[in-house]
Design a protein around this ligand. Sequence first.
Ligand SMILES: Cc1cc2nc3c(=O)[nH]c(=O)nc-3n(C[C@H](O)[C@H](O)[C@H](O)COP(=O)(O)OP(=O)(O)OC[C@H]3O[C@@H](n4cnc5c(N)ncnc54)[C@H](O)[C@@H]3O)c2cc1C
Length: 392
Amino acid sequence: MIEGSTNSATQNIPFRIREYDVAIAGGGLAGLALGIQCAQAGYRTILFEKEKYPFHKVCGEYISAESWNFLEELGVPLSQMNLPIIRRLLVTAPNGKELRQNLPLGGFGISRYKLDAMLADIARQNGVELIESTKVDGIKFGNEVFSLQSFGGSYHAKVVVGAFGKRTNLDVRWSRKFILKKHNKLNNYMGVKYHIKTSWPEDLIALHNFENGYCGISKIEENKYCFCYLTAAKNLERWGNSIPEMEKQVLCRNRHLKMIFENAEKLSQSPVTISQISFDKKEQIHNHVLLVGDAAGMIAPLCGNGMSMALHGSKIAFEQINLFLQNKIARWQMEENYVSAWKKQFSGRLRTGRMVQRFFGSALLSDILISVLKPFPGITNKLISETHGQPF
Ligand SMILES: Cc1cc2nc3c(=O)[nH]c(=O)nc-3n(C[C@H](O)[C@H](O)[C@H](O)COP(=O)(O)OP(=O)(O)OC[C@H]3O[C@@H](n4cnc5c(N)ncnc54)[C@H](O)[C@@H]3O)c2cc1C
């Protein structure tokens, strides 16, 4: 560690410079999974997370089974956790019309509160220097070294990875293209999540449509359920920015949702919320920073595959970072290989996800979609498979 001068902004705090092989901004699934792989391979790894574990996140908390083996390899003992295994899907239109389907691969339920904190513990045990409650404010690259700024000081690393999720201060600072886009059909959504107690089949995930949005419900650990919805921001504006009013006036028009609102016990006073969600295309590299997870591209939540893409993306990134740090490939090759492997694995899923997203949230279109798909389970299966991958 090099102790340097003092930072003018933080007068009396020593300005510390530390050297790392890998620095990661953001400790969600992508960042934590990558940190663990890097530390297990013996690389000096630092990870910054702006929140403090455990904490709640807006997410439907249904993980496609394709991630099961990978999470166990990282050290999450899923087999011993008695988690709900989900094999069936129910989709309803705002008018209540139903479509039922078995899920080709299926998945399981676990809260982000629990999963992210478990991964954070595993990361620490493997030697990742995990800096919580610390936001990365800037990342610069020059002379083959990154310098990364946070309130606590400045850090140097050979490789920096942005795993900061859907939208963050760095996206704005870097003026990323998706930030500069005007509002369109794919970029102005908000998410709302509750944990609830209710009566619902353990192996069933439902996706209930309402005007300008859809809501998922499925079981997680300890007999709790995740109840999470995505809606166009205009829906909330229309109801005076009141979530309870929007739920009453819009969501409850779908009788399936009305029943849940009337019978469930909410486990916290207010929901977790996020806004300004965009499904527009993103780049996978910014000024030599490798981007993983939602920072590289976000799939529509109705596909239930964002978490697996974040985890799988970390594996793809690690393979290239490992080769680079072993001096087997140059930086430009690491970047090119990463982008092409990422696109090969995920571009098709994102495309299908965007297409399906357009159908959901429209009362008429979701009704038509359900009517058309109902007699053809093979097509529904194909659509689901197109937005999912295989175990990795
Ligand atoms: C409504 C909704 C429902 C969803 N439902 C599902 C589902 O059921 N199944 C599924 O598979 N996917 C679902 N997803 C998608 C899934 O949540 C994401 O794809 C997944 O969380 C991406 O992981 P990540 O690690 O890229 O990002 P995140 O999990 O968002 O992690 C990013 C982390 O970076 C931190 N951070 C941000 N900026 C900084 C900074 N400057 N410095 C330090 N830290 C920073 C954040 O605090 C955060 O912890 C859903 C998404 C939404 C919006």
